[in-house]
Design a protein around this ligand. Structure first.
Ligand SMILES: Cc1cc2nc3c(=O)[nH]c(=O)nc-3n(C[C@H](O)[C@H](O)[C@H](O)COP(=O)(O)O)c2cc1C
Length: 191
């Protein structure tokens, strides 16, 4: 199979990367479905970086937002509320593209957006992930997830990631390329 033609114009690359993000939230096998989300934790002894894997659940190109589901009591949710800046990193070997998305974080714990998504999720076994009796990361005597008790309620939250700037890196045998897309426009960078 012939290699796909490389896109040359920055607007075409911007459109293509959002197309791929839209695919990733629908396609379980897309490498971009799993992103690394970095946040900042402010402790008494200073500021610490944190990072973990999350699933990209929804994508709105017009609004330039991505959605992640999480437990409202998780460390990442707390960090997002205290320091609402993060970075999402994805890499696709098939595309040869890495994205580093600088995002503003907004945690939603109520409202139609949350209730309608919870109504869907609540019909699936994954609902248990958001019903642990104690917050994620609480020390416990035995391994595994404690069963939700009768009084367990959902701690489901939607973490909205508003993309403010995108650093796109393409690894290619004919030469690597890098570009930044943000409020000031699009420009090429030295890879
Ligand atoms: C493949 C994979 C996908 C994950 N997806 C999510 C997710 O969408 N949301 C989430 O809150 N945690 C997800 N996790 C768990 C987080 O990586 C992390 O371990 C957990 O949420 C606690 O993180 P925190 O203490 O930084 O909040 C995922 C883990 C893996 C390995």
């Amino acid at each position: 199979m012939a290699a796909p033609e490389r896109l040359q114009a920055l607007p075409d690359i911007d459109a293509a990367l959002w197309r791929e993000l839209s695919r990733a939230v629908r396609d379980r096998h897309h490498a971009w479905r799993f992103a690394t989300l970095a946040t900042v934790s402010a402790q008494a002894d200073g500021v610490h970086p944190e990072a973990r894997t999350v699933v990209l659940r929804d994508c709105d190109r017009a609004a330039r937002t991505l959605l992640v589901y999480t437990d409202a009591r998780s460390a990442k949710a707390q960090q997002a509320e205290r320091r609402p800046q993060g970075v999402l990193v994805v890499w696709s070997p098939a595309l040869g593209w890495q994205l580093r998305l600088h995002v503003a974080l907004v945690l939603h714990t109520s409202g139609l957006q949350v209730s309608s998504r919870w109504a869907q999720l609540n019909l699936t076994p994954a609902a248990q992930d958001y019903m642990a009796p104690l917050p994620p990361g609480t020390p416990q005597a035995a391994p595994g997830a404690p069963p939700p008790d009768r009084d367990s309620r959902s701690h489901f939250a939607v973490l909205e990631c508003q993309v403010q700037s995108t650093d796109w890196l393409e690894l290619h045998r004919d030469g690597h390329r890098r570009a930044r897309f943000d409020a000031e426009g699009a420009r090429w960078l030295v890879p």
